[in-house]
Design a protein around this ligand. Structure first.
Ligand SMILES: [Zn+2]
Length: 191
């Protein structure tokens, strides 16, 4: 029996994380492996409970807010239909506690969990969910993203009126800001 693991796949904005998640979900379904898809209810631009990639592919997912106990939700869902793997999109928005709930699904129930998300916010700080995943995931992977200059893009810049924004709330959705993955040098030092 394969060992079950908690895996964190991070990348910059626009690297195709969601596409990767949907591809895995599709492959699972093809092979008769039942995935359970979760996404954050924070980002509801495409409607709550739906995972949508930039290229337009989408799939329904269980929306999670920070008050949900994911372990309990899993047990409940699994009693209706047996789940084989868990795939989480927008994992940076998980709470520290919820990452531990995912770890419990792996450790106590032997189900692998793969989380996709950003590592750091527009100010270069770890998100809560990403910090917990960086700390306790069995495997950490990154999807290569390139900056406009060709260097590896590891930062996420918030752009408004073609300028990098440095101040504001960590999560700001629905405004006219956009996000761009950049290398550390192009993103600029905050000091
Ligand atoms: Zn650059």
């Amino acid at each position: 029996m394969a060992t079950s693991i908690l895996c964190f796949v991070f990348s910059g904005m626009g690297a195709g994380k969601t596409m990767d998640l949907l591809r895995i979900a599709y492959n699972c379904n093809e092979q008769g492996i039942k995935p359970w898809l979760l996404t954050s209810s924070v980002d509801n631009r495409h409607g709550i409970g739906r995972i949508t990639s930039r290229s337009g592919f989408q799939q329904d997912a269980r929306p999670i807010d920070q008050s949900d106990n994911i372990y309990n939700l899993f047990v409940d869902e699994n009693s209706k239909e047996q789940i084989d793997v868990v795939l989480v999109d927008e994992a940076m928005f998980l709470s520290n506690e919820q990452v531990w709930q995912l770890a419990k699904i792996v450790d106590d129930l032997g189900i692998s969990v793969t989380c996709f998300g950003l590592r750091s916010d527009f100010q270069g700080n770890l998100f809560e969910g990403s910090a917990a995943l960086m700390a306790i995931a069995d495997e950490i992977k990154t999807i290569d993203t390139r900056c406009r200059c060709g260097e590896k893009a590891i930062m996420n810049a918030r752009i408004k009126d073609e300028k990098i924004v440095r101040e504001g709330a960590q999560v700001q959705i629905g405004g006219n800001e956009s996000y761009k993955a950049m290398c550390r040098k192009c993103w600029g030092m905050p000091c």
